[in-house]
Design a protein around this ligand. Structure first.
Ligand code: HAM
Length: 429
């Protein structure tokens, strides 16, 4: 029995109290997306497995170890998305969105699924905010996308807890030379590598660079650096990105060991590591070959994904990050059945006028109702008893000051209420 009352390992519920905070952060991100001209896109939670094999890459940890892959009842292999980019590219191709003029800019808030060992900041159901831009090859696009993520961290008060690391991992031309150098380096120490990395040596030696095994990690430290193998075009692109970031006053560190864990990246890659938390709160980069790989025309593209679970952990540590917000502006406290019916009608009228209002639905006494009004943070209350029903007048009470003001319960109730609360100061609250 215990099993069915416990969320599966690596997942969690967002309960009221916290869920509002997530929404507040989502709204900041969506607003930043709006400022930068990104429109929202939503794609399915599961895709054909092949999509991730082709995009994320067969020799990545994500594909080799972390995917939730299963056969559906029709015998098709499907996978819960481990990340958001591949599905967006697939949706763009299917929806014919590539014909709509460039650049195309999309953002999404999604859940992703990775079978990882859960710990603080590492979930099996993880939440990401991501953006993807298509059709822009210029370094200014890289700088803009990075600046957008920086701005989100600034607005959330997290810039400082996170920093920016950038690198260029070149294009297939420079990568061919680099792979040779890596292979030579790792082959000399092949016996020390973990089993997975020994297999990666021939197929995709760059993946050894982000192996989690401490031994492979130690060996990787001395490996040749991609930045020494960049072709002239890739080197110039990277220089321009860096100079634009500098011009925009965005501090960054070049990390030649930064290769990212997904295969689709080309040229600029970046992450937002946090020394304080010991992991990255986001990452992204260019993926100029992915659209073609999935079946479209060659299209430069880039984007980032921010780790929502990690951002929220960082935000919840901050005092005052989330001002308390009440769940109702006004609470109507009826005493008795007739008053409860009147309160029901008034609350409905308030809702139609756009006012957050609540009343008793549990036939409670006045004391219990006032406790509830306090709990939901109501700024105003109105008690409705026999007397009030008879006279058609009641007292609107401001909870903070205890001051009251007469208010009509008749046809003009909404007008009277709105006037009273919008000019609360003038009328002597
Ligand atoms: P990623 O680096 O794999 O990139 O994930 C982005 C962010 O998601 C990470 O920096 C981290 O904050 C968060 N994250 C990843 N795994 C977990 C986990 N198990 N639990 C909690 N948070 C996690 C991508 O997914 C790319 N699609 C980003 C991108 C978009 N690149 C270009 N466009």
């Amino acid at each position: 029995m215990e099993l069915i009352t416990k969320a599966p390992k690596g997942t969690r519920d967002l309960l009221p109290g916290e869920s509002e905070k997530w929404t507040a952060v989502e709204n900041v991100m969506a607003d930043e997306a709006r400022l930068n001209g990104f429109a929202e896109i939503r794609t399915p939670v599961f895709e054909h497995t092949e999509l991730f094999l082709r995009s994320v890459g067969e020799t990545t940890d994500v594909v080799e170890k972390q995917m939730y892959t299963f056969e559906d009842k029709g015998g098709r292999s499907v996978t819960l998305r481990p990340e958001g980019t591949a599905g967006v590219v697939r949706a763009m191709l299917e929806g014919g969105l590539f014909n709509g003029g460039y650049p195309q800019k999309y953002y999404y808030k999604t859940t992703c699924y990775r079978y990882e060992k859960p710990q603080a900041g590492r979930m099996r159901e993880l939440h990401q905010f991501g953006v993807e831009m298509f059709g822009a090859a210029e370094p200014a696009a890289d700088a803009q996308v990075i600046a957008m993520a920086v701005s989100i961290f600034e607005r959330l008060g997290l810039w400082g807890d996170v920093s920016l690391a950038v690198n260029s991992i070149g294009c297939p031309t420079c990568r061919a030379e680099y792979h040779k150098a890596l292979k030579a380096y790792f082959s000399a120490r092949k016996d020390e590598l973990c089993e997975t990395c020994r297999e990666r040596l021939d197929r995709n030696p760059m993946r050894i660079l982000d192996c989690k095994s401490p031994v492979c990690g130690e060996i990787a430290k001395g490996a040749p650096k991609i930045t020494d193998y960049l072709c002239a075009d890739c080197a110039a692109h990277f220089e321009k990105v860096k100079s634009l970031l500098t011009a925009a006053g965005i501090p960054f560190a070049v990390d030649p060991g930064l290769v990212r864990g997904l295969d689709y990246y080309t040229r600029t890659v970046f992450e937002f590591p946090s020394a304080k938390f010991g992991y990255a709160l986001g990452g992204g980069g260019r993926y100029d070959g992915l659209v073609e790989e999935i079946g479209g025309k060659p299209t430069p593209a880039l984007g980032f994904g921010l780790g929502f679970d990690r951002i929220m952990l960082a935000m919840l540590e901050k005092e005052d990050a989330f001002p308390e917000e009440g769940r109702a502006e006004v609470y109507l406290a009826p005493l008795g059945e007739a008053a409860a019916e009147k309160a029901f009608l008034l609350v409905n009228a308030l809702h139609r006028a756009g006012v957050a209002a609540d009343t008793d639905l549990c036939a409670r006494g006045l004391k219990a109702q006032m406790k509830y009004a306090d709990k939901i943070g109501a700024q105003y209350t109105v008690v409705l008893g026999e007397n009030e029903l008879e006279t058609g007048k009641a007292q609107l009470k401001e909870m903070k000051t205890g001051k009251t003001k007469p208010i009509s319960l008749g046809e003009d109730f909404i007008d009277a209420y709105l006037t009273a609360v919008t000019s609360a100061e003038d009328i002597g609250f």
